[in-house]
Structures are given as structure tokens and as C-alpha cells.
Design a protein around this ligand. Structure first.
Ligand code: NDP
Ligand code: 8X3
Length: 250
């Protein structure tokens, strides 16, 4: 029988690639994101492979998150796998000149948004004593780099929340783990640098960065392990990257 996966941030990058691989590998897919045009396009593409449903919400809007997930159509309401992927960095500034709106965005989306979506999905999992939650952290969850202050703080929070979820959901047989990618060439840096495409593309220049599909493959591996195997904490970097700040470039 097909499992149902809900993926946040499915309109771009890692979330979109995960939706594509899971749709082709026997999962029903619930696509989430704010950009409706992208959701529609992806829903159309993936409908050739599986049943697809789209939910458009901003993860910051807790009432909308709870209401939309609560009211999923019957065919999609039994969620087996939650991939908490929606998130971004906003800005790359020293703490003394950081922008308050950037801080709000990162904390509200990366941390509180992840919690709201989890709050909406977890009761469906505890009720049936099964489920699998994968939180997308970052190498920024494991180390702090210059000017990464608040973004790294949000990802450290994701790491701690993941561990807390794993403990609290253990009695229910629910698997919880995190995948922590290093630099992945997605729209991430364009968002971080507010549309400055040149600055964004420089981030991935001179080395072979991870691609969204590399992380999606790993997500597929993690969700297709036998039930007794929980990949709890996984850090993955491109071969050229040794740490957040050490990258071997041409
Ligand atoms: P992208 O910018 O390509 O994708 C981000 C996704 O998050 C989009 O689908 C976007 O959808 C969604 N999103 C952002 N804000 C909101 C919001 N307020 N409400 C709902 N959805 C939102 O970046 P990535 O694919 O790279 O990032 C995915 C995850 O991976 C993030 O958590 C990021 O921190 C993490 N990560 C990324 C790395 C990288 O180097 N790229 C490395 C390590 C971790 P929409 O705008 O349509 O709402
Ligand atoms: C995204 C990768 O290096 O910008 O989490 O923190 S990095």
C-alpha cells in the first residue's frame, strides 16, 4: 500500500526534488508552499506518477496551517511521513547590524513554522502509533559561522527540537530524525541575498556543490529503511566542503 508524505517547501530546491523522487517511488504526496503557481505546476507534473494534493499556506500562519492540515481530503488525511523542509536564511550580517525583520523571518519560519506543521500532523501519528518525521536541519545546526548568528541559531533549535521529538514520540513508535546538508545549490542563496543573483551564484562558484537531488535521494533512502531502522542524525556535505567555512575551490 502507498504511504502518504507531506512535504513543506515543495515549491523549490530540496522539497521539490524530494516530492519528485517520492512520487515516483510509491508515495502519495502532499505538496506545501506559498507559491500557488508552482504548486499547481508540480501537482500536474507528479500526477502522472501518483496521487497528489497541494496545500498553500505560509508556515508562519498557525491557524491556517492547523486548519488546512486538519481538513485534508480523506484520501490524504492519513499522513505516514512528514518532511519539515520549509525554511531559508534571510541576510548574512554581523549581529550588531542584523536586520530585525530578517531575524523574525528566520525564527518564525525555520523554528515556529516547523513546530506549527508538526503540531498539526503529530496527532494523526500518535493516534495510530506510527509515523516518520524528518526535519531538514543544516550544517548550520552543528556549527556557527561568521555572520550566520541567527540562521545558525534557528538550525541549532531544529536540531534540539528533533531530539526532543524523538524522545517524546518514542512511546508511540514514531521515527524522528534530521538530515543536515552542507551547501546545496538551490534558490537558498537568492533568498538569503534578497534576489542578488550574482552574489548568490558566487556562493557555489569554483567547486561542485550538492544538488537538491542529492538530498532528495538521501530522503528517499531514509524513508525506505525497514521500520526498525531510524536514521536519527545525518550530516552530508559536498566532497569539496570540510566545514561551513572550509571549501576547496578551484
Ligand atoms: P529554497 O529557497 O530553494 O526552498 C525553500 C522552500 O521553503 C521553498 O519551497 C519555499 O516555498 C519554502 N518556504 C520558505 N518560507 C516559507 C514560508 N514562510 N511558508 C511556507 N513555505 C516557505 O531552499 P532549499 O531547498 O535549499 O531549502 C530547504 C531547506 O533546506 C531549508 O530548511 C534550508 O534551511 C535547508 N538547507 C538548505 C541548504 C542549502 O545550502 N541550500 C543547506 C542546509 C539546509 P514558498 O516560497 O513557495 O513558500
Ligand atoms: C544552508 C547552508 O552554509 O549557508 O544551511 O548554512 S549554510
Amino acid at each position: 500500500m502507498k504511504k502518504t508524505v507531506l512535504i513543506t517547501g515543495a515549491t523549490s530546491g530540496i522539497g521539490k526534488a524530494a516530492a519528485q523522487i517520492l512520487a515516483k517511488n510509491n508515495f502519495k504526496v502532499i505538496l506545501c508552499g506559498r507559491r500557488k503557481d508552482r504548486l499547481e505546476e508540480l501537482e500536474k507534473e507528479l500526477s502522472a506518477f501518483t496521487e497528489v494534493h497541494s496545500l498553500s499556506f505560509d508556515v508562519r500562519d498557525k491557524n491556517d496551517v492547523l486548519e488546512k492540515i486538519e481538513n485534508l481530503p480523506d484520501a490524504f488525511s492519513d499522513i505516514d511521513v512528514l518532511i519539515n523542509n520549509a525554511g531559508n536564511a534571510h541576510g548574512l550580517d554581523p549581529i550588531q547590524t542584523g536586520d530585525l525583520d530578517d531575524w523574525d523571518a528566520m525564527i518564525d519560519i525555520n523554528v515556529k513554522g516547523l513546530l506549527y506543521v508538526s503540531k498539526a500532523v503529530i496527532p494523526k501519528m500518535t493516534a495510530k502509533n506510527s509515523g516518520h518525521i524528518i526535519n531538514i536541519g543544516s550544517t548550520a545546526a552543528k556549527e556557527v559561522y561568521p555572520n550566520g548568528n541567527v540562521y545558525c541559531g534557528t538550525k541549532h533549535a531544529v536540531d534540539a527540537i528533533t531530539a526532543g521529538m524523538r524522545i517524546d514520540l518514542n512511546p508511540f513508535g514514531i521515527r524522528v530524525g534530521a538530515i543536515h546538508p552542507g551547501m546545496v545549490a538551490t534558490e537558498f542563496s537568492e533568498v538569503r541575498f534578497k534576489g542578488d543573483t550574482e552574489r548568490a551564484s558566487n556562493v557555489y562558484k569554483g567547486f561542485d556543490p550538492l544538488q537538491a537531488e542529492d538530498i532528495a535521494d538521501i530522503i528517499h533512502f531514509v524513508v525506505s529503511r525497514p521500520y526498525h531502522v531510524n536514521i536519527a542524525d545525518l550530516v552530508v556535505m559536498s566532497t569539496a566542503q570540510a566545514s561551513s567555512t572550509i571549501v576547496k575551490r578551484d
